[in-house]
Write a protein that binds this ligand. Structure first.
Ligand code: SAM
Length: 326
């Protein structure tokens, strides 16, 4: 099914899914109107942190937009992008980026197709506004409860003087946008489901609806060892999202900013089909090596997930991943 959309880009088939080495703007421009069923993605939030000059600075440990956090607890933390440093021009560039990207997504999606898009507390309002401007309908926010390592610090260089103050709230959640391509005029969700297999979100097998708060975890070490990408998302989260994104379990999910392929691995694990697009050659190769291995991991408590080894876990709907509960 996915081979129709490879065009002349380098690609690899992994299970029922396909990885494409391309710029997603170029790839999306070639997708026929009303084709794909859902988008689940984690874009470069600040737009520029995955530009090649910034990736080079990150690799050299010289900063750029990547903040090198201090090491503590005896371990060295991974660099994080510094979104608070976006100036007015960069915010305007970010808006333009998402308006253009959203317009391409609106064209490629079937009516009623959903978009799940990761953001962060600093830029979410900008990203959601730009996506609405591009023609997507805002359907709410998904809150991934996770300690993000951001905020909570005392005022810089005055830590002793203002020891009872934190400059900003400590980040304990990651906001994801839930958006949808508008239904055709006069269509109800049931019509859209019949004609396009889109329009709604899939209920878990235990009959529970998809919920917009997910008790999550930081990406476990085992997964990071398989796929060493600075923004790797955990399978426990991604499997829930890809499962919910196809209301009838039919069709194609696209991740235009694939990274190391956590969305694609999750799709393979729950038995749906996905396409991932990645511009950076190193990350594309990383995904080629990582997707099958991530997909084969047994992930406890991914409630409502279908797949090779998850059916027996369906009735743990309220259970959180163990590492998040600690
Ligand atoms: C935030 S990361 C996604 C990481 C992913 N969630 C994972 O679990 O590995 C964004 C990715 O988008 C890629 N990227 C940035 N701009 C792109 C573009 N125009 N087309 C395709 N990929 C792009 C970056 O190289 C980066 O790997």
């Amino acid at each position: 099914m996915t081979d129709r959309f490879t065009f002349d880009f380098p690609n690899a088939e992994i299970g029922a899914s396909r990885l494409i080495h391309a710029d997603c703007f170029e790839w999306l421009r070639r997708i026929p109107t009303d084709t794909i069923h859902a988008v689940v993605t984690d874009p470069p939030y600040g737009v520029k942190e995955y530009d090649s000059d910034q990736l080079e600075k990150r690799a050299n440990g010289t900063g750029g937009i990547w903040r090198i956090p201090p090491s503590f607890d005896g371990s060295n933390r991974q660099p994080l992008p510094r979104f608070t440093a976006l100036d007015a021009a960069e915010r305007s560039r970010l808006r333009a980026f998402f308006v253009e990207w959203g317009s391409l997504v609106v064209n490629a999606l079937r009516p009623g197709g959903h978009v799940f898009i990761a953001t962060n507390a600093f830029v979410s309002q900008l990203v959601f506004g730009a996506l609405v401007e591009s023609g997507l309908e805002f359907r709410g926010e998904l809150i991934r409860l996770v300690r993000t390592l951001r905020g909570g610090d005392r005022p810089k260089n005055a830590e002793t003087e203002f020891s009872t103050v934190c400059s900003m709230a400590k980040g304990c959640y990651e906001p994801w946008g839930i958006l949808r391509k508008p239904l055709r005029q006069g269509m109800r969700v049931s019509d859209c489901l019949r004609e396009f297999q889109t329009g709604g979100l899939r209920r878990y097998l235990n009959d529970k609806p998809f919920e917009d708060v997910i008790l999550s975890e930081r990406t476990p070490r085992l997964e990071r060892d398989i796929a060493n990408h600075p923004s790797l998302k955990p399978q426990s989260l991604m499997r829930r999202l890809v499962y919910a994104a196809l209301p009838l379990g039919q069709g194609i999910i696209v991740d235009p900013f694939m990274g190391a392929g956590s969305t694609i691995a999750a799709a393979n694990a729950v038995g749906v089909s996905a396409m991932g697009v990645e511009r950076d050659e190193t990350f594309y190769e990383l995904a080629r090596n990582a997707v099958a291995r991530l997909a084969s991991l047994q992930i406890p408590h991914t409630d409502g997930i279908v797949g090779a080894h998850a059916r027996e876990l369906l009735f743990h709907a309220s259970a959180a991943p163990e590492s998040a509960a600690r």
